[in-house]
Every structure is written in structure tokens, then in C-alpha cells.
Design a protein around this ligand. Structure first.
Ligand code: BDR
Ligand code: CA
Length: 312
């Protein structure tokens, strides 16, 4: 059982990933959900997280709100993809449960220090909460099991030609995390772009016919209409959950990853070395490499995802 904290900005694909994570309680033990600004404002991402959890009757999971803004840069959100509320055109009941008093960064540190070496943090939004937690409680760096990041790309970006959204939205926080020397797996656009569901996968979700699957289908529908007219919708955030469940779904390679913080056209890019000796400068020798996902076994991914929805 992997103890996980899910740091998220729901968000359509975040919502699909959140249900997936809660469905796989055979493999994952969610300690908490922490929220961050991102696809929409922090007020909305937090309310969405509470609503999503209650919509599938998993009220036992606590929701902790986090950063409302990036550390340094100005705020950039994604209503043009995720809709004004962040959940497309889906309307869910107002949440009954309150947000926890403990803020996201503190919650992360408390759990990591309570279970040394056992906690995996999955970040599927801007990494501001984890960046703050590492600055406030540097001791967590020696006690984290792993950080799984949905973000970045070896190749092209999606918010700019160079940058993927979660990194672009707070590159300075991403920099803190990528330079922290903790074990990190980067699930970037190189693999998430290949996670689009086929007609058969959609049919399998339809057959499940429970609350979670019918909501996921609505999110996918909105996402498809709004975002990608070629119907190539990516389940970015669910890929990070899949890695926590079964790393063998992905082919990975150790790379030196740095976040570009100054480039005019490359701000927020994850600059990944090919791992060749001559491109790695001497000063990076002590730095722990990042485990970068380069390929995804799409069928294996959907097998796990569908199983998660079936269990809800
Ligand atoms: C990431 O950006 C957000 O819009 C998605 O939720 C995902 O986390 C993909 O670049
Ligand atoms: Ca997200």
C-alpha cells in the first residue's frame, strides 16, 4: 500500500484522476487531498475537491487548501479549457464538509514527518504547496519517499511552445522541488499526450455506469469540445496516479532536469539532459537525477484506470 498525498487543482483531468486514485484503495492509501490555484482560483479548486469527494461518498478524505498564487510570477489560470467553475458544465451539490484548518504545506510536512520514508506526494497542479513545504520544513526532504510530478516535458510545451502548464504556472516552486534532491518521477507531456482514451475505453467507462464513471464521461465530453477538436484528449493527471499504482506502465530514464527561470521564450521549460556525460556539467554530479517518463503502455494504463472506476 502506497501512502499518498494528492496535490491538485481540479480541473477536469484532475477530477478524473482524483476518482481514479480513490477507486484504487487496494493499492493506494490517500492520506489527504491538498489544493492549489491553477486551472481556476484556489477558492474554486478547493470547493471542487470537496464536491468531488462527496459526490462519490468518500467523505472520510480530508481536503486542505493551499496557495492562492504562485511564489513570484503573476497568476495564470485555465478557465478557457476547464470552464469557469473548473469542472466544465457539470454542477455538483454544495459541499457539506468544511475545509480542514491545516493548510496544504503544513499538512504535507506533518504526514511526511509522521511516516518517515513512507509518503509519496503526487502533484498534478502548480507545485507551490510542495515548494513552500520544502522551504518551511526542509527536514521533509530527507523523509519523503517520492514525489510524482505531472508536469514538464522533454519535448514541446502546451501552454507555450516550451513550457507545460503546471511548471509555467509556478516555475520558481518547481525549481525548488527539482533542485531538492528528493526522489522525483516526472510524468510530463511526452507520455501524457499519449493517454487519450479510445472509443473502446469510453465504452468500458459507459458500461460501469456508476456516479464516478458518468461524471468522468461528462468531464471528457466538455474537455473534448472545449480543448481539442481533434478529439485527442489527454488524461494528464491520471497518468501520475497510474505511476503510483504501477510504475511498470511507464518506461523511464534518469535525466538531469532544470527549470528555466529567465528565458524570454523558454520561461518554465523543463530542460532535460540526454544523460550523456558531455552535456552534464561537473557541478551537477552530486545532484540526484530525475526519473523521467518517456513512454507509456496505454493499454496497461487504461486497464488500471477502468479497474479504479469499477471499484467505486
Ligand atoms: C496540466 O495542466 C492542467 O491544465 C491539467 O490539469 C494538467 O495538470 C497539463 O499540462
Ligand atoms: Ca491539474
Amino acid at each position: 500500500m502506497v501512502k499518498v498525498i494528492f496535490d491538485t487543482d481540479p480541473g477536469l483531468d484532475d477530477a478524473i484522476a482524483l476518482f481514479f486514485m480513490l477507486g484504487r484503495s487496494d493499492k493506494l492509501e490517500p492520506l489527504a487531498i491538498t489544493t492549489v490555484f491553477g486551472n481556476v482560483s484556489i477558492e474554486k479548486t478547493t470547493e471542487n475537491a470537496l464536491k468531488l469527494v462527496e459526490s462519490i461518498k468518500k467523505e472520510g478524505i480530508s481536503v486542505h487548501s493551499g496557495a492562492s498564487h504562485p511564489l513570484v510570477r503573476d497568476l495564470t489560470t485555465g478557465e478557457f479549457i476547464h470552464g469557469d467553475s473548473g469542472l466544465g458544465d457539470v454542477e455538483l451539490d454544495k459541499p457539506k464538509k468544511q475545509i480542514e484548518d491545516t493548510k496544504a504545506a503544513v499538512c504535507m510536512a506533518e504526514y511526511v514527518l509522521k511516516h518517515p520514508g513512507e509518503v509519496t506526494i503526487i502533484t498534478v497542479g502548480p507545485m507551490t504547496n510542495l515548494g513552500l513545504a520544502m522551504r518551511l520544513f526542509p527536514e521533509i526532504k530527507d523523509n519523503l519517499k517520492e514525489v510524482i510530478v505531472m508536469g514538464g516535458s522533454v519535448g514541446f510545451g502546451n501552454r507555450t511552445a516550451s513550457a507545460e502548464y503546471n511548471i509555467f504556472a509556478d516555475p520558481h516552486a518547481a525549481h525548488i522541488v527539482f533542485e531538492s534532491n528528493v526522489p522525483i518521477t516526472m510524468i510530463g507531456l511526452d507520455v501524457t499526450k499519449k493517454s487519450s482514451p479510445s472509443k473502446e475505453h469510453i465504452e468500458q467507462l459507459q458500461e460501469i455506469d456508476n456516479k464516478a464513471s458518468s461524471l468522468a464521461l461528462k468531464f471528457l465530453d466538455f474537455y473534448r469540445k472545449k480543448f481539442d477538436k481533434d478529439k485527442n484528449i489527454a488524461l494528464h493527471d491520471a497518468c501520475a496516479v497510474a505511476y503510483a499504482i504501477d510504475p511498470s506502465i511507464f518506461t523511464t530514464k534518469e535525466m538531469d532536469v532544470r527549470v528555466e527561470l529567465t528565458g524570454t521564450h523558454t520561461f518554465g521549460r523543463t530542460v532535460c539532459s540526454k544523460g550523456q556525460e558531455e552535456v552534464v556539467d561537473e557541478s551537477r554530479k552530486e545532484k540526484r537525477p530525475v526519473n523521467v517518463a518517456l513512454e507509456i503502455d496505454r493499454e496497461k494504463f487504461f486497464k488500471e484506470l477502468i479497474e479504479g472506476y469499477r471499484r467505486l
